[in-house]
Design a protein around this ligand. Structure first.
Ligand code: G3P
Length: 226
């Protein structure tokens, strides 16, 4: 399962990249708006930092197919060929996905709440389909089950489309999907850090250090314990 950062704050992105193995960055209009700066300025900064080979997913704002297509062309021109054009999976979006994928653009079908949306996006040629796990949970439906069903639909129909699961609010949601082997998950920086935040783990490591220092002296390590 690929792991992407769902966010646009460059400082947070840099920090997560420093510690974790990350495959790219996804944004959405709300995430970009929260940065309070020109969207292309933010996105170019992210592109420069992650490099031209990393995945950068950027969403169109228009809700009309022709304008979505135009936006997509401009985004790839500005941000490079590994930019995935995120298109909301509505009928106009399916029309745009069909056109852009046949032109050879990389497309992520987003705002997916149902397996049938994902099926239609895959038929239209999307590279990724992004189910919103936690938002689906909040509707009283099981987001993990929806993502698994989409994974099975793709596999059983021989689609090349991968899942890019989004909208995570806790570690268990992430665990369940990496256990199932979905293509990718995009996760907010705070939730990524939470995947390994555990006082039992840090306390075990502290005990190792304390025991060693008690025996060899303060600040001694395997480097200077002669
Ligand atoms: O872009 C879709 C996804 O990022 C939504 O996440 O946390 O707003 O539900 P959230």
């Amino acid at each position: 399962m690929k792991l992407l950062i769902d966010g646009a704050n460059i400082e947070k992105i840099k920090k997560i990249y420093e510690y974790y193995a990350i495959d790219g960055v996804t944004t959405n209009p709300s995430i970009l708006a929260a940065e309070g700066r020109h969207p292309y300025e933010v996105l170019k900064e992210i592109r420069e930092f992650i490099g031209e080979d990393a995945e950068l997913h950027v969403q169109v704002i228009s809700t009309n197919a022709d304008e979505m297509i135009e936006e997509g062309h401009k985004m790839v021109k500005e941000l490079g060929k590994n930019t995935y054009i995120k298109i909301p999976t509505i009928p106009e979006g399916l029309k745009a996905i069909k056109a852009l994928s046949s032109e050879g653009y990389k497309v992520t079908a987003t705002a997916i709440y149902t397996p049938l949306q994902a099926f239609l996006a895959a038929k239209a040629g999307a590279d990724y389909a992004a189910p919103y796990v936690n938002r689906i949970d909040n509707l009283g439906t099981n987001g993990i089950e929806v993502a698994r069903k989409i994974h099975d639909i793709f596999k059983n129909n021989g689609f090349k489309t991968q899942i890019l699961a989004a909208s995570f609010k806790n570690s268990l949601q992430v665990l369940e999907l990496c256990e199932y082997g979905v293509g990718a998950s995009t996760i907010a920086p705070e939730i990524i850090e939470g995947l390994i935040k555990n006082t039992t783990i840090s306390s075990a490591v502290e005990t190792f250090v304390d025991d060693f220092e008690h025996f060899c002296g303060k600040h001694k390590t395997m480097l200077n314990c002669e």
